[in-house]
Design a protein around this ligand. Structure first.
Ligand code: MN
Length: 327
């Protein structure tokens, strides 16, 4: 690994679960020295979504940013950091901000706002930091992005932005639906999805009504809707059986087995962590919903291995101290 590091530990969505994060880092041999977690020969990579939902958001941010600024970790932006930025940035939206202040949007960031109450300068400072976070990482051996690696968008982004970071102008343009900037943030940070047929709606376990369902971008030659669904809430059987139309096929991406190893978060996976394919792993196992805070310990392997995952089982080891507040 570059800069003297012998391996990389990629860490999934923290969402304010700072107690679980400390346990996970400790389990992997990181020690807090002068306030900063570090490992003698390894580097951490955070896959985004440090904020929202959980009880210890400021502490989680403090730990992660400390590691990044000390050169002990890297981080990419998650959709929750991006949402928070847009929610709090004045702009051309209908109510004067880049992200509309709907009850649903408010609810998603409520824990973050509550925990930063009385700490406005600190929050402003983190918002500045979020602006500078890379949207994706690519090294010789692996790639990381919060939700979806879209090569075409990333190539254009690199050539127009000269790197992997946004700027103020880009942020403002990203609030315009269907713009290139909007598409970059939506695809890379929120992933791919398909609209449910016939105006159907599915209600997720936490009560959210979905008109779209999240899709995988690693299905080779999928035929039916059920072949591409990738979310905790299953599709109703009558929808899963429907054949994909040509235009739906055109909207789907395919990240093939010949591509570099890819790590992402975002998808609220459940159960025992395993690779999705030989070269793709999701590291979000719903820590903040009594699931697991998961890391993948990458060394020289070319094919992902299930014995390289480590985790903290939040329900069993941490419990109510570190899980979702309210909802
Ligand atoms: Mn997340």
């Amino acid at each position: 690994m570059s800069n003297g590091f012998q391996g990389v530990d990629l860490i999934g969505d923290v969402h304010g679960c700072a107690i679980s994060l400390c346990l996970l880092l400790d389990r992997m041999g990181y020690r807090r020295i002068d306030g900063v977690y570090q490992h003698p020969v390894r580097k951490a990579v955070f896959i985004g979504d440090i904020v929202d939902r959980g009880p210890h958001i400021r502490e989680a941010l403090h730990i992660v940013r400390g590691m990044v600024e000390a050169g002990q970790a890297e981080i990419i932006m998650g959709n929750h950091e991006y949402n928070l930025l847009c929610y709090l940035t004045p702009g051309s939206g209908v109510d004067g901000y880049l992200r509309e202040h709907t009850p649903r949007h408010q609810r998603i960031i409520q824990q973050t706002l509550d925990q930063f109450s009385g700490h406005q300068a600190e929050l402003d400072d983190y918002l500045e930091w979020f602006m500078q976070l890379p949207l994706f990482l690519e090294t010789e051996r692996f790639r990381a992005v919060h939700a979806c690696w879209h090569q075409g968008l990333i190539d254009r982004f690199r050539s127009e932005q000269g790197g992997n970071r946004i700027d103020r102008d880009f942020l403002h343009r990203s609030a315009v639906p269907e713009s290139f900037e909007w598409e970059v943030m939506d695809r890379l940070l929120r992933g791919t999805h398909l609209r449910l047929p016939n105006d159907e709606v599915i209600v997720s376990k936490d009560g959210f009504k979905r008109r779209f369902f999240r899709t995988k971008f690693w299905a080779e030659d999928p035929q039916r809707m059920g072949d591409v669904v990738f979310q905790p809430d299953p599709l109703p059987e009558h929808i899963a059986r429907l054949p994909l139309t040509d235009s739906q096929h055109a909207d789907l991406l395919y990240y093939g087995p010949e591509q570099k190893l890819l790590f992402m978060g975002h998808y609220w996976c459940e159960g025992l962590p395993v690779p999705l394919t030989d070269n793709i792993a999701c590291l979000d196992y719903s820590a903040v919903k009594y699931g697991k805070l998961v890391a993948y310990r990458l060394d020289d392997e070319k094919v992902l291995r299930k014995d390289k995952f480590v985790w903290v089982d939040v329900a069993r080891e941490v419990g109510r101290l570190d899980t979702e507040l309210g909802s």
